[in-house]
Design a protein around this ligand. Sequence first.
Ligand code: SF4
Ligand code: SF4
Length: 532
Amino acid sequence: MKRKMKIEDLSRPAQQLVTLEPSDLLPLPPPYDEPRPLKELTEEQRQRYEASLDGIVGLGVTKPANAQEEEEFVAKFLSGLKKLLSKENNWTFIQPLLHSLDYCVKCQLCNDSCPAYLSSGKQEIYRPTFRPEVLRRIINKYLKKENSLLARLTASNIELNFTLLARLAELAYRCSLCRRCAQVCPLGIDNALISREIRKLFSQEMGIAARELHEQGTVQQLKVGSSTGITPKALANIIAFMEDDIEEKTGRKIKIPVDKEGAEVLLVHNAGEFMAWPENPQAFAILFDAAGIDWTLSSQIAGYDAVNYGIWYDDVQAARVAVHHAEAARTLKVKKICVGECGHAHKAILVIADRVLTGELNIPRESALPLLEHLVLSGKIKLDPKRNDFPVTLHDPCNMVRLMGIVEPQRKILRAICPQFREMEPHGVDNYCCGGGSGFAIMQSMNFPDWRNSVSARMKMKQILEAFADVSEPAQNKYVCAPCSNCKGLMRDMFEFYGATRKSGIFYGGLVELIVNAMVDLQKPFLTWEQL
Ligand code: SF4
Ligand code: SF4
């Protein structure tokens, strides 16, 4: 239920602060308008985990067994917070963090940009400035206490205790780090960065991180080769299978190059593609082969997995993964790394990695999208748009589009090869996050998937339905083009949750698949609805 909330309420170990009622949520059009209560935690889960923020557990902070454990928890947090605010210990992000903490004027212009806040029916705790303000008040009261009158005036009566901190940790996992709020802020405040830095503090200093991002994510990736668990040996089998499948589908015998020394391009996919959507790396292989591109995949640890979940929660893990990516390219002596259809991998390899890759590890790195644009618009590959004559809309992955400004290549391609292409509104740099950003798409803890689909992804679901409103009958198949593995993961679960394929004939897939589907010299269509 919506109720007025004060920042200091977070430190009051009382009842659950917020209960999300279906009637509060952003309305969806029929037949998606049936109220659907969010899944409740079991009594056992409530006993074990701190869930009194909103009754949802994404992170799963276990309750301390006694007063001493609680004291240690608080002390660790404070010591981590001091590090977070020191240049020596946080050289990566200290400047934008301090700017964002110090210069917000609380104008609240950013509120209505946030999909989680709007989708939840404007729940106070999801407001973009709410969690930064909690952190600010802790800093003012506990780290600047000897300081000015201003610090004392702005500190309020917030109390540093386990409940407050566990709620804050969960709250950092209710923001998908989409940075839509940063886009509208007149002062360049990045509230997403503050959420990310809170996650970092909990991970690096307290060993608390989402299992799917840490143990099953970066740790597994650095140990076995990929965050999916695919080892180099398993990759070889998958590639052999993909070659057979390409031949069966297209009649073409294509050898997918692996570990080719000195190649022009090292193509790195999110390894999730090999498992869940092999048609995407297959389509890259068909297109690159047809275009005569000198390319290769790598079979080194992390060299075949562009994932870098570290950018969502932990600098140390982010740096380790980035170095492995660069090492894979350096060993193969390739000219450049090209990132496939994965949004956060774009940010990790092309933007964040700049902070750690120096000297011979600073290998040229670029997005695959401009290359795809060139292949389509140059006329090098013969394409027939009639092969894609069904309604198509485009989802803009936040990291590629809002963060990096890669806006036009993907839509120029779709305008050229999909006669029924239509935009979502808003789109481009004003897009809404799919709802799966920052790890949400893969986080499966307890009732978190229910929150993700009901709240975080709700705005995207609404946008997709609106984009296809004129062709809503289920008999008409439609395609949401999402050039990002995480966004596709979100859509797979979201469409299942809402029954979108059954009720409205909505499917999803990548970009390169549409290009290959339009290739005139392929005898059969590359895309089959049954396989989507
Ligand atoms: S983050 Fe920017 S837009 Fe939001 S309240 Fe602060 S100053 Fe205003
Ligand atoms: S980054 Fe996105 S989800 Fe997070 S507060 Fe800003 S707009 Fe909301």
